[in-house]
Write a protein that binds this ligand. Sequence first.
Ligand code: GLA
Length: 357
Amino acid sequence: MKYTFRSPGRINLIGEHTDYNGGYVLPAAIDKYTYITFEESDHFEVYSKYFDQRVRFSFDEKKEKVEWVNYVKGAVLYSLKGLRREVKPWKIEISGDLPMGAGLSSSASLIVGIVYALSRLGGVYRKREKIIKIAQRVESEFVGVKCGIMDQYAVTLGKKGNFMLIDTERKWIIQYVRALNFPKITVIDSGVKHKLALSEYNKRRNECERAEEIIGTTFKRMDIQMLEEKKNKLGETLYKRARHVVEENNRVWDAVFAIGGKDWAKLGHLLYESHESLKSLYEVSTDETDFIVERLGKIKSVYGARMIGGGFGGSVLVISKEYLDDDLKELSKEYKRKFGIDMKFYHIKLASGVRRI
Ligand code: GLA
């Protein structure tokens, strides 16, 4: 007997690098998925269609040599260890149309998918909130990426046609924000993923912690005046990081109001502002994503665009009146000439969270 689960990727409309700073984010699950099939077996084994690789693994804390397998192993281990019953092994197959390494949270999608599935397949039944916590621990403790909480939330609790406004300090969804008559959403994969993404991510987290210590309060309670008063003590780098977080938190709320008022020009402007801030203050963008955003700004139908995710490559999110396929085909030729890299793009719809199919 085979059981299949579908776990989405995510976009984040606005609120970048705020989730590990107790700030606000506005993500959504998307209609690009990881499909995970489970079949009972006498040992643990996983096959990835993407890597076209089959690996047998054991139920223990040891890291596997093949890197991607650790996402699966960690999810299995953290789901089933400590249960007071015999662990049933599974043969797991992974496929899907969610691009990897494009800043669309393929890792959270995979981990959440497995944790959710195992909690529905005769393991211990767990509420979605608990699944989020386990999935985040897998990524931060087992895989070793100290991510925030946004990705797991979006993948687990996404609702079709909605963004979700999350307060990452209290760790709850403040509200689902319906995207009524929302502009077209396209994600453009820059095809770039820098190795230093992980170390720079951790460095930013560290810088933000130091900034909070110096100011003496959390980012949510900070305003620009407080930053100005402590500017000397902060020094240029910490001042810039903190300024991004404080202003980005405000932009999330402005975006919620813009969506409510269907003010797409305003929303687009906020996306451009966010990008500029990620580029100049938080310093996590790349020449490639900057180039794409700058060129998109010249297309009439575009309301706004920005890099999404952790940065140092990954994708650009663009909202526009009409789909931009012809313009993007032109742009990808120019992009290829300039950077020698293939640029891919995807139409995106807001989808529901993980489920069995
Ligand atoms: C990565 C992390 C998220 C979040 C973003 C930046 O995608 O996984 O938790 O921190 O970067 O906003």
